[in-house]
Design a protein around this ligand. Structure first.
Ligand code: CIR
Length: 254
């Protein structure tokens, strides 16, 4: 989980009109910008170089850059995002990723794939099939990573929005799991930190170098992650949670 770079994107004013299923209300734009700035500060404290992209008003959800690409040590994949209003975000991300990578693969229609449905644990990928990622997209992604000697397992989702809404890899063979992933056979071989249902939003956390960044307000999750030996930084994520977003969605880490 060693990263030297991250890409983030400032939320535009249109962010408040983005996609959501949460019923938590409309985000406050000023508060959103402040929470995003705190997120960037936290990443810097973890020792990464931050590339900050300017906002794009045409794409209300484009601050959730994770869905546009999957970045590994050797290659990048530009996704084909599954939501119509988000699909062309990939065109904006492509030239940015080209600045960092020579080997770039693309998910092609009819395949769709959101980066939020891809979890990497060492040389193993998990690919969720969701409302955003279809089987054709998942199979394309699997074929790409297998060319580079990675393994990939396709995981059809039952209730979570994206795969990483409910599971995070912390390194050291350790997974943070919630909901349908707690007893999922695909994650049976990991040491699991189980997040209870009332704290399940905290399952979307990110390890960046030595630190685990977690959402603020989930004491049980914080305690379990710290007891496992990881220092944490807790961030107020209220305005991102309102748009179904979490900590992983807001950055590409590589
Ligand atoms: C969307 O519906 O696409 C955004 N409102 C939220 C995307 C969250 N991304 C993620 O979980 N990777």
């Amino acid at each position: 989980m060693d990263f030297s770079n991250v890409i983030v994107k400032t939320p535009g004013k249109s962010y408040t009109q983005g996609l959501t299923t949460s019923n938590l209300g409309t985000p406050d734009y000023e508060k959103t910008l402040n929470q995003h700035a705190e997120y960037v500060n936290a990443l810097k404290r973890c020792g990464v170089e931050v590339t900050k992209l300017a906002s794009s008003e045409d794409f209300p959800d484009s601050t959730f850059v994770e869905d546009n690409a999957v970045l590994t040590e050797e290659f990048a994949v530009i996704t084909n995002p599954g939501a119509t209003s988000r699909n062309q975000e990939k065109k904006l991300m492509d030239p940015i990723v080209r600045g960092f990578y020579q080997t770039i693969h693309y998910i092609e229609p009819p395949g769709t794939l959101d980066g939020g449905d891809v979890l990497q644990a060492e040389d193993q990928f998990y690919i969720g099939i969701s409302d955003r990622t279809n089987e054709a997209g998942a199979r394309q992604f699997k074929a790409i990573v297998e060319q580079f000697s990675y393994q990939a397992t396709i995981v059809p989702l039952k209730t979570f929005f994206h795969l990483k809404t409910g599971v995070a890899y912390l390194g050291d063979n350790r997974m943070v799991v919630a909901g349908e992933f707690i007893d999922h056979p695909d994650f049976a071989s990991y040491d699991k930190l189980v997040i209870s249902n009332n704290e399940r939003y905290a399952a979307n956390c990110i390890r960046v170098n030595d630190t685990v960044i977690i959402p603020e307000g989930y004491p049980e999750a914080k305690h379990k992650i710290e007891a496992a030996g990881y220092p944490t930084i807790a961030l107020d994520m209220s305005e991102f949670q309102k748009q179904d977003g979490g900590l992983s969605c807001l950055s590409l880490r590589f």
